[in-house]
Design a protein around this ligand. Structure first.
Ligand SMILES: Nc1ncnc2c1ncn2[C@@H]1O[C@H](COP(=O)(O)OP(=O)(O)OP(=O)(O)O)[C@@H](O)[C@H]1O
Length: 355
């Protein structure tokens, strides 16, 4: 399938794509002439100003696609163009001025300091023996600042934590200052605040500098929030592309991850941990207290309903320091000041009527 088969509301829809593939088949040449096809044929387009998240289960082929798009491994078939030129016609330096890739699982250059490694990002612009101009140094400093790694600058790369190294590799790619940036699982080793700030940074780079950014990730929630477009690669190798909302609403997103009883709930945008099986409760209320009450009741095994005919109602109102809860069961009302109190009260009082 092609991207054009999907509805699109991207603000960058009409910009000329920077990276395109036509009937691309990705995979591996095994022994002799044998091939192992991972996915394809793929006709894709990555546009300036656009943040695209590549999602898919383990082993679907995300890294294989990333490496192929970057020219690090040959396609089995099809065509790849970078900036309107076939990728195979571009030399390494010309490619590196247009496309940077961050492969964070790779431990490299551990003998260098962070500053030296980030400076390497400028080499496609200066030549391998070229010295860095004031502009190059400014780009390096800007990349360190943008990724929050300036404080690590003198430290050897080999002594960094996984998360620190991941940010430094991003800094090197930013210093390279290419129109196209590919990142393979850039959030893998980052804590939650760093994951959020990385996604914000990438979103800003796409919007403000017009870069075309493709990142693979297992962070479905962040991707659904941040991506202008999602490339969804299920295990069957048939890639679907579209806005997060179109993929969710069409059921394509849920289908790609549907296995082992894991179901995506389009109403909440989550994969619920708990299957609703227990007695039925209607929660009445809006806002944070009602939201967290629904979460707690679901975890405790209750089945939530919007029906006022439920034998148990819980009215939730916001109150200083949390909320206030009033349960009504068989006409009897009870007030609670904490979720814990509510759960304990329901455990002792709520015996659902037999149907
Ligand atoms: N060098 C190789 N030769 C043959 N098959 C390979 C090679 N490298 C990877 N594969 C296979 O290609 C498939 C896709 O692997 P890939 O690493 O691209 O998946 P992925 O979607 O990135 O997975 P994950 O989410 O686990 O990182 C897997 O079945 C993997 O075993």
């Amino acid at each position: 399938m092609t991207e054009n088969d999907n509805l699109s509301v991207s603000p960058h829809e009409y910009a000329a794509p920077l990276l395109t593939s036509k009937d691309l088949t990705i995979g591996y040449r095994t022994s002799g002439r044998a091939t192992k096809v991972i996915a394809g044929p793929l006709s894709l387009a990555l546009r300036p100003g656009e943040l695209v998240c590549l999602l898919g289960p383990n082993g679907a082929g995300k890294s294989t696609l990333m490496r192929t798009l970057a020219g690090l491994q040959p396609p089995l078939a099809g065509r790849l163009d970078l900036g309107g030129t076939p990728l195979t016609d571009l030399g390494a330096a010309a490619r590196a001025r247009q496309l940077s890739i961050v492969l964070t699982d790779r431990v490299e250059a551990s003998g260098l300091t962070v500053l030296e490694l980030v400076r390497l990002g400028r080499h496609p612009h200066t030549g391998w023996l070229g010295s860095l101009s004031a502009h190059d140094e400014a780009q390096v400093q800007a990349a360190l600042a943008a990724t929050g790694t300036a404080a690590f600058a003198p430290r050897p790369v080999g002594e960094l934590s996984d998360g620190e190294r991941q940010k430094v590799l991003l800094a090197r790619a930013l210093a390279q200052d290419t129109p196209v940036v590919l990142l393979d699982e850039p959030t893998a080793h980052l804590d939650l605040p760093n994951r959020v700030s990385l996604m914000r940074l990438l979103h800003r780079l796409a919007r403000q500098l017009g870069k075309a950014i493709l990142l693979s990730t297992h962070e479905l929630d962040l991707a659904l929030q941040a991506a202008d477009r999602i490339w969804l690669l299920p295990a069957d190798g048939r890639l679907h592309a579209g806005t997060p909302e179109d993929l969710v609403l069409s059921g394509t997103f849920a289908a790609a991850f549907a296995r082992d009883g894991l179901a995506f709930d389009p109403a909440t945008g989550t994969f619920p941990l708990h299957a609703a099986q227990g007695p039925t409760v209607q929660v009445v209320g809006e806002g944070p207290a009602a939201f967290w009450t629904r979460r707690a009741l679901t975890r405790a095994g209750y089945t939530l309903t919007t029906s006022p005919a439920a034998p148990c109602q819980v009215a939730v109102s916001e109150a200083p320091g949390g909320g206030r809860w009033m349960s009504e069961i068989d006409g009897k009302q009870q007030v609670y000041n904490t979720v814990q109190g509510l759960l304990a009260g329901l455990r002792t009082q709520y015996h659902p009527r037999k149907p």
